[in-house]
Design a protein. Sequence first.
Length: 118
Amino acid sequence: MPLTGVEPARMNRKKGDKGFESPRPYKLTHQVVCINNINFQRKSVVGFVELTIFPTVANLNRIKLNSKQCRIYRVRINDLEAAFIYNDPTLEVCHSESKQEEIHKWDWKNSGNPDLLL
């Protein structure tokens, strides 16, 4: 469906603006971030995040989250293992080089967002 003159203005609104509509089909109501381990030699952090969401559509079957340079081991929804797809464009750019070099070479402004699709 083509964009009308009203829709771009609506899309440019900020979260605090009156009449703001989120493009997400859910509302994040609570977030817990737990860091279990920090390894300075490996430059790594191990932990988990717990998200509580409220669906704003009746048929919510996917959730898209931004997450850069992560290694995701599992996803659980209501204590059940869930299938997921993780796509991080930064991993494809300099796959054979070290992560330190990779982060300095990547153009973050022109890159796509790394996404976790549940």
